[in-house]
Design a protein around this ligand. Structure first.
Ligand SMILES: [Zn+2]
Ligand SMILES: [Zn+2]
Length: 94
């Protein structure tokens, strides 16, 4: 899996190794493909992925936003601009 945020296959939030699932940080039809291409992906344990407090969960909105901000920050730290990010994702999170 291509990820600009991590090298190891473990939960990006809690560090658990197994089982983990692949998460597209920017999901939805158009952004899913961009996430694949740009490496806007992380591994998450089941709880942090689909649990109540997980990124797709009922109370997971803040965690979802945190990952989106981390991805944009890293994208810019790698030498890209905020404008380039917005042209890819359609929105600024910082
Ligand atoms: Zn976790
Ligand atoms: Zn996901």
């Amino acid at each position: 899996m291509k990820s600009i945020l991590q090298n190891k296959k473990r939960c990006y939030i809690c560090g658990l190794y197994n089982p983990v699932e692949e998460h597209h940080i920017f999901f939805g039809t158009a952004n899913r493909k961009v996430s694949e291409q740009q490496g806007f992906k992380v591994f998450l344990c089941q709880e942090h992925h689909r649990g109540t407090l997980g990124v797709h969960g009922k109370l997971g909105h803040n965690l979802d936003l945190r990952l989106k901000m981390d991805a944009e920050k890293k994208f810019i730290a790698k030498g890209n601009t905020k404008e380039e990010f917005i042209s890819l994702i359609g929105k600024n999170y910082l």
